[in-house]
Design a protein around this ligand. Structure first.
Ligand SMILES: NC(=O)C1=CN([C@@H]2O[C@H](COP(=O)(O)OP(=O)(O)OC[C@H]3O[C@@H](n4cnc5c(N)ncnc54)[C@H](O)[C@@H]3O)[C@@H](O)[C@H]2O)C=CC1
Ligand SMILES: CC(C)CC(=O)C(=O)O
Ligand SMILES: [Mg+2]
Length: 355
């Protein structure tokens, strides 16, 4: 098949990990007879430096003209002055809104070799297989902001329609898994959460075969550490989902291995590792590329419909995690390029074995 992929490397380790993901996509295209073309576009701090804004129109146009968008990360200390007029993160939020990608899928499993790196005991990690569905284009990240003297506000707003569409997506995903859905809110305090909970009850009631449980977000933060294997699909609003997924990533050994897919009504999706630009390790060639490579696998599955190829990438990553020298965050000494080469070698050896 032919596909146009917009690549947005961004800042910090973003260019390092997107280069790794593109190398894997090139290998997949070569091996499976696809023609993928790539356009590289500016977003975040580098776009502020070069174009004066974090999301130039040319980048939006390139994304809208593509079949899928692959993004690294944005932000860094250079653009973090509290007085700054524009910030890199605004570019990413605006892109998510412009693409209408309201459902952010963040899957999490714990590879057995990495269980020892988790802060939890290995026996508590057996069977952990989570799928977070984070609402991505509403809530406090998009509400009106004010700053008057010593007082600041961030409005958190949700409409019924915004909740309905993301809960429906979570229900469909739950039906393709174990059928267990946990909705996370703060309905004992927040009005938006009461609207979220009532809407969720009604939407889930339209589906057969789903067991729904509600959890308050503070309790859920604790349960992720005490009973992580008890959960299947977890749906929640934007801010709670952002925080809980970084927490959950620690169970898998490092923030560096977690991918994400942001989906809307159509096939065009935005794919990015869940981590940020990691300024503390940027430019050293030591960033873990696995979160970005697994995001490319999600791109193959969700935007291009290439399930076989997506599974091949995931199997190659599993094999690398099982046997290869890993990056520093996972206790190894390998660099980004070495791990990427190992994933590509795995893809080649698996294909040869199948031939
Ligand atoms: N989607 C995005 O573009 C995101 C951007 N950010 C931005 O990134 C900047 C840095 O934020 P932080 O809070 O430091 O979060 P971060 O996720 O960039 O880093 C947190 C810690 O995890 C490590 N880490 C992250 N990804 C890694 C990888 N692939 N391999 C090895 N280690 C990795 C970092 O070295 C750091 O110690 C900020 O400007 C923030 O706004 C933060 C989160 C998401
Ligand atoms: C706008 C981003 C920096 C928010 C974030 O941390 C994320 O989406 O994971
Ligand atoms: Mg985050």
């Amino acid at each position: 098949m032919r596909a146009e992929i917009a690549v947005l490397p961004g800042d910090g380790i973003g260019p390092e990990v997107t280069a790794a993901a593109v190398a894997v996509l090139r290998e997949i295209a070569d091996r499976h007879g696809h023609v993928f073309t790539y356009s590289e576009n500016r977003i975040g701090g580098i776009a502020i430096d070069e174009c004066g804004e974090p999301l130039p129109k040319a980048t939006i146009d390139a994304c809208l003209a593509s079949d899928a968008v692959l993004l690294g990360a944005v932000g860094g200390p250079r653009w973090s002055d509290p007085q700054a007029r524009v910030r890199p993160e605004q570019g990413l939020l605006a892109l998510r809104a412009r693409l209408g990608v309201f459902a952010n899928l963040r899957p999490l499993r714990v590879h057995p070799r990495l269980a020892g790196l988790s802060p939890l005991k290995a026996e508590n990690l057996a069977g952990v297989d989570l799928l977070f569905v984070r609402e991505l284009t509403g809530g406090a990240y998009f509400g009106r902001k004010t700053r008057e003297g010593d007082v600041a506000t961030d409005e958190c707003r949700y409409s019924v329609g915004e909740v309905e569409r993301v809960v429906r997506r979570a229900c469909e995903l739950a039906l393709s898994r174990k059928g267990r859905l946990t909705s996370v809110d703060k309905a004992n305090v927040l009005e938006t959460s009461r609207l979220w909970r009532a809407t969720t009850d009604r939407v889930v009631g339209e589906y057969e075969g789903i067991t729904l449980e509600h959890q308050l977000v503070d309790s859920m933060a604790m349960l992720l550490l005490t009973r992580p294997s008890a959960y299947d699909v977890i749906v929640t609003e934007n801010l709670f989902g952002d925080i809980l997924t970084d927490e959950a990533a620690a169970l898998a050994g490092s923030l560096g291995v977690s991918p994400s897919a942001s989906l809307g009504a159509g096939r065009l999706g935005l794919y990015e590792p869940i981590h940020g630009s990691a300024p503390d390790i940027a430019g050293q060639g030591v960033a873990n590329p696995i979160g970005a490579i697994l995001s490319a696998a999600l791109l193959l599955r969700h935007s291009l419909g290439l399930e076989l190829e997506a599974c091949a990438v995931e199997a190659a990553v599993d094999a690398v995690l099982a046997t290869a020298e890993l990056t520093r965050d996972l206790g190894g000494t390998a660099g980004t390029e070495q791990v990427t080469r190992c994933v590509i070698e795995q893809l080649r050896s698996k294909q040869q074995a199948a031939a």
